[in-house]
Design a protein around this ligand. Structure first.
Ligand code: B12
Length: 215
């Protein structure tokens, strides 16, 4: 298993889409734990790519190739992840997306998949989502929760704009707002008046469950 995780991480580091695809398929064939392979294999790889890019060891095309390899593996693993978790009664409706100006969608999609696997109804707006779209969609779907991802320090303020817009439309109290993405933390969530922050997809599920607990 350790070797498999290392190979998954390495395929992302190498930006090798074919290898990532092959390893994702092997994960399913050998019935390996999908979430563990994602988190400790492919995600470790993409984080290392980010670190090496920051240190100037890798260049932007290599960052893009790493992300493409990661996405390839996720395309194969996500349906299995969803199917493997226990479905329950509809637990609530969550609108999720990455805020405008920001095209990072790997983490957001992982959070959406895990929430869906845990019985939540999900409307995934994708990436680079305008502030108003989050609120329009929450109103239209009568959603319980808005989950906003931001991976850039320059796009984080957009998360606050969504909260401001909910307040402008006098519906802030009706909708729980949670934020996440690498530059966010508890302090940021508190500072902008969000209802919570979670650092990974598993914590995000626990947080939404807690926030939407009725009674
Ligand atoms: C892959 C990647 C890319 C890919 C994105 C591909 C895609 N489709 O997503 C590409 C190559 C396109 C890219 C582009 C850019 N990137 Co980039 N990228 C990354 C990288 C390496 C990994 C991100 C990732 O996918 N991680 C894996 C996932 C699983 O983790 P995650 O996103 O953190 O998500 C988890 C948690 O954060 C949480 N979570 C995420 N969202 C949410 C939401 C909620 C509500 C909750 C509760 C939780 C939650 O749960 C997730 C699952 O566990 C990061 C480095 C890093 N350490 O984050 C840089 C990084 C985010 N990028 C960076 C930059 C600067 C850029 C560019 C501006 C580069 C450029 N010069 O063009 C562009 C941005 C363009 C834009 N307008 O958005 C910087 C940001 C710096 C900063 N402080 O603002 C980083 C940090 C790299 C660095 N170290 O400098 N990038």
């Amino acid at each position: 298993m350790k070797k498999h995780l290392e190979e998954c991480a390495q395929s992302v580091l190498d930006g090798d889409q074919d290898k990532a695809e092959e390893l994702a398929e092997l994960t399913l064939k050998d019935s390996l734990p999908v979430l563990e392979v994602i988190e400790h294999g492919f995600v470790s790889g993409i984080r290392e790519v980010g670190r090496l890019w920051e240190d100037g060891v890798l260049f932007l095309p290599e960052l893009v190739m790493g992300a493409e390899a990661m996405k390839k593996a996720m395309e194969i693993l996500q349906p299995a992840l969803e199917a493997s978790s226990e479905k329950q009664e509809k637990a609530g409706h969550v609108i999720i997306g990455t805020i405008e100006g920001d095209i990072h969608d790997i983490g957001k999609t992982l959070v959406a998949t895990m929430l869906s696997a845990n019985g939540f109804e999900i409307t995934d707006l994708g990436a680079d989502v305008p502030v108003a779209d989050f609120v329009d969609e929450a109103e239209k779907k009568n959603a319980d929760c808005i989950a906003i991802s931001a991976l850039l320090t320059t796009t984080m303020p957009g998360q606050k704009k969504v909260i401001d817009e909910l307040e402008n439309r006098s519906i802030r109290k009706k909708v729980r707002v949670l934020v996440g993405g690498a530059p966010c933390d508890e302090d940021w969530a508190e500072q902008i008046g969000a209802d919570g922050y979670a650092g990974d997809a598993v914590a995000a599920v626990a947080l939404v469950k807690r926030l939407l607990k009725k009674g």
